[in-house]
Write a protein that binds this ligand. Structure first.
Ligand SMILES: Nc1ncnc2c1ncn2[C@@H]1O[C@H](COP(=O)(O)OP(=O)(O)O)[C@@H](O)[C@H]1O
Ligand SMILES: [Mg+2]
Length: 466
C-alpha cells in the first residue's frame, strides 16, 4: 500500500472493493453479459463461447471457455487490474465495435458471479494463469488487491524457477480448486486444442441469505436460471398485477443470450446446447421502418417498429435498445406504453441501435442526458403514430393490435405463427448466419433482406444459429 512514485503515494485498491464493485450488477445475468462481451469483443474475437456448470468434488463452479485470441502475461495482468482498456474497432468495415470500454467488466462481472476467478489463457507463444480471489485476499489479510500469476513458455509449459514465481504458484495451489501444478498444466494443455483461447473458472458462487446458490442449475439441465422470486412483483396496481409474467430473458440465461446481440457473430453454448439467436428486428409482425437523426450526429439510424409474436399476456414490448450491437435496455416502455390505465401501445416493439448514447458502467442502462431524453421522446412519438395507424388499419382476426384484442398472430393459410412455420418449413439455415472469424466471406450485414412496408409473411423472419 506504501507504493509510491517520486515520493507521491499511489492509490490502492482495498480487497473489499472487489465485492463493492460487483454489487453494481443488481441482476446477475448482467454480470454474465460482461464475460460474454469480453469473448465477443474484436481484440478477442472468439467464434464460440461455452458456458458450463462444473462440480469439483462438492464445489459448484461456472466455466467460461472461449476460442478467442487469449492473453499474454501483460494482457492478463491488465485484465486482473482495474480500468485498463485499449480496445479499438477493428476490421476494414469498422462494424465490429468493442463493447468493453471501462476496463472493469471482468472484475465486476466475475466477482458478482462468485468470490474467486481462476483464469487460464493461451496465445500462440505463451500460456498463463491468473487468480482474482476474494477468498485468498481475505485469508492472507491483504491490505490491497494482489493477483497471483504464473506464466509458462510453450510448447513444453516451462516456467522460470524464481522464488517470486514459486510464491505465485503456491498461492494458487493453496487457495484455488487445484492442488497440483500438473492439474493446472492439464487445463492449459486442454486449451491447446483451440491454439489460442481463455478459460475462466468461477467458484464460491453467489448465495442467497439462506445459503442456497443464487442461480438455479437443477430445474433445467441445459440452462442457468435466475429464480423468478427475484423479479416477480404480484402487487396490484388498479387491479392489474405488476409483472405477473416477468420476461423470460430475465429468468433464463439461454433466453437472454438469444437477444443479447442484434446481429450475432459468436456462437454461445450453454451447458452443452447451442443458443439459437433471435434477430429481434426481423421477427416482428407488421414492421415499419423509420430513420432517426440524432442532433449533432453525422448519420441517422434505422428504427423498426412492429408487433411482438409473444403470447397475449407477455410483458415483452417496448423499445429494444442496442449499443454497438449489444442489448443494453430491453422492452423500455415509451409513449403510450408509459401511461397507466390504458392498453395503448401494448405489444408494440421498437428496435434501434443507439450508438450515440452512452451506456452506464454495468451496460444495463444509459446515462440520462438530453440526448437520451430526445431519443426516448422521438421513439415515444413514433410508437404512438405506429399504434394509431395500425390499430385502425388491421382486423382483429390477424392482429393483436386492436385495443384489448391481443390475439396471437397466425398465418391464416397454415394457422401457424411465423416461428412455428419456420421450423415446419425447415428453413433454419445455418448458412445464412453471418459467422465469425476464421471463416471466409464473413459478412456483418444481416443476410436477411427486408423490404420496408411489404407484407410480412416472408419466411426468413426468424433466423437462428444452428
Ligand atoms: N476472454 C478473454 N479473452 C482475452 N482477453 C480478455 C478476455 N476477457 C478480458 N480480456 C482482456 O481483459 C481486459 C479487461 O476486461 P474488462 O475488465 O472486461 O474490461 P473491458 O472489456 O472494458 O476492457 C480486456 O480489455 C481484454 O484485453
Ligand atoms: Mg469487458
Amino acid at each position: 500500500m506504501a507504493s509510491q512514485q517520486d515520493g507521491i503515494l499511489r492509490s490502492g485498491v482495498d480487497p473489499k472493493y472487489l465485492h463493492a464493485n460487483s454489487t453494481a450488477h443488481i441482476w446477475i445475468f448482467g454480470a454474465f453479459a460482461e464475460l460474454i462481451d469480453n469473448a465477443y469483443d474484436p481484440d478477442v474475437n472468439a467464434s464460440e463461447l461455452w458456458i458450463d456448470k462444473l462440480d469439483y468434488g462438492e464445489t459448484s463452479c461456472l466455466r467460461f471457455l472461449d476460442n478467442g485470441a487469449g492473453m499474454d502475461k501483460n494482457k492478463l495482468h491488465k485484465m486482473l487490474s482495474f480500468g485498463y482498456c485499449d480496445k479499438r474497432t477493428v476490421e476494414p468495415t469498422g462494424s465490429h465495435k468493442p463493447i468493453g470500454h471501462y476496463g472493469n467488466g471482468f472484475k465486476s462481472g466475475s466477482m458478482r458471479i462468485g468470490k474467486d476467478a481462476l483464469v487460464f489463457t493461451r496465445t500462440k507463444d505463451s500460456a498463463s494463469i491468473g487468480f482474482l480471489s476474494q477468498t485468498y485476499l481475505k485469508a492472507i489479510e491483504a491490505e490491497s488487491v494482489i493477483v497471483p500469476m504464473v506464466d509458462y513458455s510453450l510448447p513444453n509449459l516451462e516456467r522460470d524457477q524464481s522464488q517470486e514465481t514459486k510464491n505465485n504458484l503456491e498461492a494458487i495451489l493453496r487457495y484455488s480448486l487445484f492442488r497440483s501444478e500438473e492439474q493446472l498444466k492439464d487445463e492449459l494443455r486442454a486449451l491447446g486444442k483451440f491454439e489460442t483461447g481463455t478459460k475462466i473458472i468461477i467458484s464460491n458462487l453467489a448465495q442467497l441469505l439462506d445459503g442456497q446458490l443464487e442461480l438455479d442449475f437443477t430445474s433445467d439441465a441445459t440452462d442457468i436460471l435466475c429464480p423468478e422470486a427475484h423479479e416477480a412483483d404480484t402487487s396490484a396496481v388498479k387491479n392489474k398485477p405488476v409483472a405477473l409474467c416477468p420476461s423470460k430473458y430475465k429468468l433464463s440465461l439461454r433466453e437472454y443470450c438469444t437477444i443479447l446481440f442484434l446481429k450475432p457473430r459468436m456462437i454461445i453454448h450453454i451447458r452443452g446446447k447451442k443458443v439459437r439467436s433471435k434477430l429481434v428486428s426481423t421477427c416482428l409482425n407488421s414492421p415499419e421502418y423509420l430513420n432517426y437523426h440524432p442532433r449533432n450526429e453525422k448519420k441517422s439510424i434505422r428504427v423498426t417498429f412492429g408487433f411482438t409474436w409473444e403470447h397475449d399476456t407477455s410483458e415483452d414490448y417496448g423499445m429494444m435498445l442496442y449499443h454497438r450491437n449489444r442489448l443494453i435496455k430491453a422492452f423500455e416502455r415509451v409513449g403510450y406504453q408509459k401511461q397507466s390505465n390504458n392498453a395503448y401501445g401494448i405489444g408494440v416493439v421498437g428496435v434501434a441501435e443507439v450508438d450515440f448514447l452512452e451506456p452506464i458502467h454495468t451496460k444495463q442502462d444509459f446515462i440520462r442526458n438530453t440526448i437520451f431524453n430526445n431519443a426516448i421522446k422521438w421513439f415515444g412519438d413514433k410508437l404512438n403514430d405506429y399504434w394509431n395507424d395500425k390499430k385502425t388499419s388491421r382486423t382483429p382476426s390477424n392482429t393483436r393490435s386492436q385495443r384489448g384484442g391481443r390475439t396471437e398472430s397466425r398465418d391464416p393459410a397454415t394457422n401457424l405463427t411465423p416461428p412455428e412455420r419456420e421450423i415446419n418449413l425447415g428453413i433454419l439455415d445455418n448458412a445464412q448466419y453471418p459467422v465469425n472469424q476464421n471463416q471466409t466471406q464473413q459478412s456483418d450485414v444481416s443476410p436477411i433482406s427486408i423490404k420496408p412496408n411489404k407484407p410480412k409473411y416472408v419466411f426468413n423472419f426468424y433466423l437462428y444459429m444452428n
